[in-house]
Design a protein around this ligand. Structure first.
Ligand code: ATP
Length: 140
């Protein structure tokens, strides 16, 4: 089933997520406050816009409440990550996935209503560790 996603923050994570969702046949509105990442994804995403998503009026204009799933892929700027997640939940987006840098960041995101928290570096480490362990088992 074709779904509509909003991806906020087009760093390495948000960009690769957008590419993958599009490759799987979904629609993605990709947003970043900086021009360069928006230009780079413009030909790939369904729509790409330069906007600061900590601004309530901006999210309203982007039609945030019409999306069933939004992903907040802002890492370094904790304030922006938290405020954007909070606003998306206030707009009643049913599913908000937020990227956390560490447990403390994740715990705040969870308290303000994020439905799913992901820790890319930690989770990738676990995945690779499990993968390498099962490769070893096969080797023996
Ligand atoms: P990655 O690891 O995915 O490369 P990162 O964890 O280092 O990224 P940042 O570089 O902090 O995360 O943020 C990712 C993107 O989010 C950046 O391109 C940045 O411009 C964008 N961003 C930050 N604040 C906002 C905001 N308020 N609205 C929209 N985009 C934002």
């Amino acid at each position: 089933m074709r779904k509509q996603f909003m991806v906020i923050g087009l760093g390495r994570f948000g960009t690769s997520l957008t590419r993958t969702l599009i490759a799987n046949g979904h629609e993605v509105l990709a947003v970043d406050k900086n021009e360069q990442p928006v230009q780079e994804i413009a030909n790939i995403a369904t729509a790409a816009l330069q906007a600061d998503c900590t601004d309530e009026a901006v999210l309203r204009e982007l039609g945030a409440s019409n999306f069933s799933h939004a992903i907040v892929a802002i890492g370094d700027d904790l304030q922006a990550s938290i405020l954007t997640t909070l606003l998306l939940k206030e707009f009643k987006v049913p599913k908000v996935t937020a990227k956390a840098r560490n447990e403390m960041h994740g715990s705040v995101l969870s308290k303000i209503g994020a439905d799913q928290i992901i820790y890319p570096e930690r989770d990738m480490g676990i995945r690779l560790g499990n993968q390498l362990s099962s490769d070893n088992l096969i080797d023996y």
